[in-house]
Design a protein around this ligand. Structure first.
Ligand SMILES: [Zn+2]
Ligand SMILES: [Zn+2]
Length: 909
């Protein structure tokens, strides 16, 4: 059974599912649409449902009030508040509480928690209304052009648990929505239609009533009352009202402007008009967008086709239409994209290759490409500021992030501009080839050159974007955490959950336990354990069970599994002594707690977009990967380390408490999910006082002072959008500092300078070395003529056509000297073969040059190769120059004496 069958099932029993008290009270009648057979309710006789109706409100709003975006929300808020609803602040647009979603796509998502594929509804108040900003990327190509598509829109979420205190069901829900339309907005009841529909969500569904006014769908009231799927379901104990209405549309119906953008973006469009000097042809623009809105509402048509029918009807040229309309489409698109970036960045996401960051990058690059195409020179960050100035009356939190948003937009814009030239040349070479690109090609272009398929499409290099691209991309960027226990161990399902003593008594290093089972002679299951199993990036404890070494510890569901080399001597039912390695546990615990401190330090120094991407905590060091846009500077690294050590010195308490999830989220926000979503109703909250709060199941120190010291020893930008911090804490940090100091001592001994003067002394040595090299070059220049003369004199003619060989063995002057010498000498004498064997430490370096005429008979590279071979090494080179070397210093003499013979054999006498 699919949606259609369900719909038929509900519609077969309209009195039970759809008829609400209001319909009887006011006189709504049920009709069947002659065009699509849908059922709907109306006060006046109608043959068709509003799906087929033109937008009657354009230029002629049916309301008594004219409300812009913010004022529309004020009216809605006041209305629901006066009807006992709690007004809840919006949730982040970045959906941190669901691991199946990057972004909040609907208001109900705020209140859904998924545990083992089952959806739970958790409402922070009952009933409630939330102005939820929702982000969707599915209609991106219509945004700015259709008059009503957005990548971000505000969903007014009227939400209620029907079966909890304060709850209501269908009758009151529709009654309230009807009052809002008629009493507050002043809409004539005859203009309102309710259409019967069905809504299916994650693991729950119900019937719904969509309400329309003059052809515009304003809201959809979903009555979620069944859980399961369409084939197997049962009534929910707590039925949920989920009414979602677009605030953009509420404002639009009261204003009747040609597009919904005109009343949504406040002063943004006007400001852009004055920045770009765009003129407004109200008549053409208005009739064009009214035409588009109506056409799109009735059928699915391509916008290009629409334009060509419009120019025919209006008897204007394409050029004139484009001149008037294109700048507005551009401004609407830029306004939308900037607004989405504003919310997403404020809520802690950045354009990147990681997760939903990809979509943000696409938006930003689309907006920049439009600016470029139209030759507009304004800053997107300025547009974001105008949005903030307007929206802060509704979302005051946006103002806190003015600077952050500006920073990110500028970094990304510069990156785009920096790579544009290369992108253009790659795109035009693709266009030249006329070959179609595979998904692999697209991935490679994106990964290595940062060229998105959206960009390729807009520049005409490809026709469309294959869906497989996005699937492959997200596959590639899923985090691949190493799984150590791939194959689940069978035969332990019936055992009782292991009692976790490491939570009850964190400092316990020895305990008694009883063996419950031994599987495959190497997996030991106990009734209780002090061994922390691998999890949450924390490495497991080691130790022993009655003297038998524990090699690894993992957790499978509720059961801790101790892996031993051999279980000889251990028997099920036996009481045993268990011990963990206390020093290892202590170091891991310090590294683990430091990860919390470091994460918050990085956020405080870098910005709100810093989240833990992944983490690893071992005995010797810890690693924290954070989301950040650029490599770290020296100052940033020092700042992060200093902030972390300040928290250590403050000796702040580390408080651990378990909360109901809803309470934890309310008290501490979604920041708690640094390590990902917690799939349970109870959350263990680790609170480092005044610094960091996270949900975490690892082991932690009691006070930050126990950590002693944190030292960052390496940072690296490991991928676009992720920076890795590696650091040591506690005794490991002390060891690290000691090692550094020993190295410094060694350097100072070599330099013969005190530690305080090491840098000064080293700089002097480097300067002196440079000076010596400079002098050597000067000496060479001056002595070269006489050295040359002696070379030419000493060179031995070895063939009838005058080829000469000069060879030398030297221990004092280095290879640089002989390279210059050989090069100059063979340039001056084209018959000369020049060979230098330079003793160097335990080995020999070989340098060979062959003059231009001699080259016809023998190659410098070949000589170098053969000599090196003789000396127990390898060498090579080209015709003119060869080099190599070997380790048999004792063979130098022998090599030189055989040299003449060897060369003569090759060139012939
Ligand atoms: Zn219809
Ligand atoms: Zn932790």
């Amino acid at each position: 059974m699919g949606k259609k069958e369900l719909s038929a099932l509900f519609s077969a029993n309209p009195d039970k599912y759809y008829k609400v008290a209001l319909f009887d009270k006011v006189g709504f009648q049920r009709y069947k649409c002659i065009q699509c057979a849908k059922f709907f309710w109306s006060l006046v006789d109608r043959t068709s449902c509003p799906d087929h109706e033109a937008y009657g409100f354009l230029g002629n709003p049916p309301t008594s009030k004219r409300l812009d975006y913010i004022d529309a929300w004020k009216e809605v808020k006041a209305f629901f508040r006066s009807n006992e609803h709690t007004i809840v602040n919006r949730y982040p647009v970045v959906c941190r509480w669901r691991d199946d979603l990057y972004y909040t796509i609907a208001s109900i998502v705020n209140f859904q928690r998924v545990v083992e594929n089952k959806v739970f509804f958790e409402l922070p108040a009952n009933p409630l209304v939330v102005p939820q900003m929702c982000v969707r990327f599915n209609d991106i190509e219509n945004v700015g052009l259709s008059g009503r598509h957005y990548t971000t829109f505000c969903m007014i979420g009227q939400t209620c648990d029907a079966d909890a205190e304060g709850g209501y069901w269908k009758d009151r829900c529709i009654d309230l929505d009807y009052q809002l339309l008629t009493k507050i907005l002043g809409i004539d009841p005859a203009a309102i239609t309710f259409v019967e529909d069905v809504w299916m969500g994650a693991g729950a569904f119900g019937n719904s009533l969509e309400y329309f006014v003059n052809g515009l769908e304003l809201g959809n009231a979903v009555f979620t009352e069944f859980e399961g799927n369409e084939n197997e379901y049962r009534p929910m104990k707590h039925r949920i009202i989920d009414m979602g209405a677009g605030l953009e549309r509420f404002s639009w119906i009261t204003m009747g402007t040609p597009t919904s953008y005109d009343c949504t973006f406040g002063p943004v469009i006007n400001e852009m008009m004055s920045k770009t000097g765009t003129a407004l042809d109200k008549e053409i623009l208005g009739s064009y967008f009214r035409y588009v809105s109506n056409a799109l509402e009735r059928t699915e048509v391509d916008l290009r086709t629409l334009k060509s029918t419009f120019v025919k009807e209006m008897k204007i040229s394409f050029e004139d239409l484009n001149r008037i309309v294109n700048p507005f489409e551009a401004m609407y698109t830029i306004a939308d994209h900037t607004r989405t970036l504003l919310f997403a960045i404020s809520d802690g996401s950045i354009p990147s290759n990681v997760g939903g960051g990809y979509n943000l990058r696409v938006l930003l690059r689309r907006a920049l490409a439009i600016l470029e195409r139209l030759g507009w020179k304004f800053d997107l960050a300025d547009i974001a500021d105008i949005h903030i100035g307007y929206l802060k009356r509704m979302y005051p939190e946006l103002e806190e992030h003015v600077k952050d948003v500006r920073t990110i937009l500028q970094i990304e814009s510069n990156r785009y501009l920096g790579s544009k030239e290369r992108m253009n040349s790659i795109t035009s070479s693709i266009k030249g080839k006329k070959e179609s690109l595979s998904v692999d090609d697209l991935i490679r272009l994106y990964e290595s050159d940062g060229i998105t398929p959206e960009y390729l499409m807009e520049s005409g290099a490809i026709e469309s974007i294959p869906q497989a691209f996005y699937a492959r991309l997200s596959e590639l960027h899923e985090s691949h955490q190493p799984t150590h226990n791939l194959k689940p161990i069978t035969g332990i399902e019936e055992l009782q959950p292991t009692r976790l003593l490491y939570y009850e008594h964190e400092l316990m290093t020895e305990s008694d336990a009883k063996i419950l089972a031994i599987v495959e002679n190497k997996y030991v299951i106990l009734d209780q354990t002090i061994f922390y199993p691998r999890g949450g990036g924390q490495e497991p404890d080691t130790g022993d069970i009655e003297g038998t070494k524990v090699l690894d510890v993992t957790k499978q569901n509720e059961i801790v599994i101790h892996k031993v080399g051999s279980s000889r001597g251990l028997l099920p039912g036996k009481k045993v002594k268990i011990r963990i390695n206390p020093r290892r546990r202590d170091l891991i615990t310090k590294h683990h707690t430091s990860t919390h401190i470091m994460n918050a330090s990085a956020r405080s120094i870098l910005g709100p977009w810093v989240w833990q991407n992944s983490a690893f905590k071992d005995e010797g060091y810890a690693r924290l990967d954070i989301t950040h846009h650029s490599s770290l500077t020296r100052e940033e690294i020092e700042g992060i380390e200093r902030a972390a050590n300040r928290v250590v010195r403050q000796d702040s308490p580390v408080l651990i408490n378990t909360f109901d999830r809803i309470e934890a989220e309310r008290n501490y926000s979604f920041r708690i999910y640094q390590g990902g979503v917690v799939p349970s109703g109870k959350v263990r909250i680790v609170n480092i006082k005044d610094w960091d709060i996270e949900a975490c199941g690892g082991t932690h120190v009691n006070r930050t002072g126990e950590i002693g010291l944190i030292k960052i020893f390496r940072t690296e930008r490991i991928q676009d959008g992720v920076v890795r911090l590696e650091f040591v804490a506690g005794e490991a940090a002390i060891d690290y500092v000691e090692k550094q100091e020993n190295q410094l001592n060694a350097i100072s001994r070599v330099l013969g300078a005190s530690k305080e003067k090491v840098v000064e002394s080293l700089r002097r040595s480097v300067d002196e070395a440079d000076e010596t090299k400079r002098k050597l070059r000067a000496v060479m220049r001056r002595t070269l003529p006489s050295v040359m003369n002696s070379i030419f004199k000493d060179a031995k003619v070895i063939s009838s056509d005058g080829i000469k060989l000069f060879s030398i063995h030297d221990e004092e002057l280095g290879e640089d000297y002989y390279i210059s010498l050989g090069e100059t000498a063979t340039q001056n004498d084209p018959y000369l073969i020049f060979v230098a064997l330079i003793g160097k430490g335990q080995g020999v370096r070989v340098i060979t040059f062959v003059g231009e005429l001699a080259r016809k008979r023998i190659k410098a590279g070949d000589i170098a190769q053969r000599l090196s071979l003789n000396l127990g090494g390898s060498g090579g080179g080209n015709d003119a120059f060869g080099q190599g070397g070997g380790k048999f210093k004792q063979k130098i003499r022998e090599t030189i004496s055989s040299l003449e013979e060897m060369i003569s054999q090759t060139i012939g006498r």
